[in-house]
Design a protein around this ligand. Structure first.
Ligand SMILES: Cc1cc2nc3c(=O)[nH]c(=O)nc-3n(C[C@H](O)[C@H](O)[C@H](O)COP(=O)(O)OP(=O)(O)OC[C@H]3O[C@@H](n4cnc5c(N)ncnc54)[C@H](O)[C@@H]3O)c2cc1C
Length: 133
């Protein structure tokens, strides 16, 4: 259920702020690196990190990747290589069989820590309290 809630939430955010499909939801003045070779290694599954490379090779071969792998490769691109999330988002959209502008761009922003942050723990507690659990 929680996953489906994310999908709906992201659709509402993008409907309200369409520019977020390309612009940072929460600008942090990132000064992304430019490194074509590092990006190519990530894209082609040649980083040397088996779990990252496995995910990227699966994407290339099947057009799909498990959610956890998407989080890992996205984090690697934006946090480890410090490359712009938009590069990864475009590559995903080019190859994913379930490629979807809302889910893709907003998840990439989440991975790059630009997305709106929602405290699901707190929301769950409030829900439980309202139901008397
Ligand atoms: C960097 C990145 C890019 C992504 N790009 C896309 C994309 O282009 N298209 C896409 O449909 N999903 C995308 N996702 C979300 C998620 O990875 C897929 O929806 C999920 O892999 C689908 O697997 P499932 O059907 O087993 O999901 P389940 O876990 O069974 O969830 C049920 C349904 O909820 C929705 N859902 C699940 N996780 C998410 C999520 N994090 N955000 C929004 N909706 C979700 C999906 O419609 C999914 O079918 C992306 C996630 C990340 C981290």
């Amino acid at each position: 259920m929680r996953q489906v809630a994310w999908r709906d939430f992201y659709h509402q955010v993008l409907a309200a702020r369409p520019a977020t499909s390309v612009a940072d939801y929460r600008p942090r003045r990132d000064r992304w690196r430019r490194d074509d070779e590092a990006f190519a290694a990530w894209r082609d599954g040649r980083t040397g990190y088996p779990i990252v490379d496995a995910g990227m090779r699966q994407l290339a071969a099947e057009g799909w990747m498990h959610n956890r792998a998407r989080l890992i490769v996205g984090s690697f691109l934006t946090k480890t290589l410090y490359l712009d999330w938009r590069l990864g988002a475009q590559h995903f959209l080019d190859l994913l069989v379930d490629g979807d502008v809302v889910n893709n761009q907003m998840n990439w922003q989440w991975v790059a820590r630009h997305a709106p942050l929602v405290d699901l723990t707190e929301a769950t507690e409030r829900f439980r309290a309202a139901r008397g659990h």
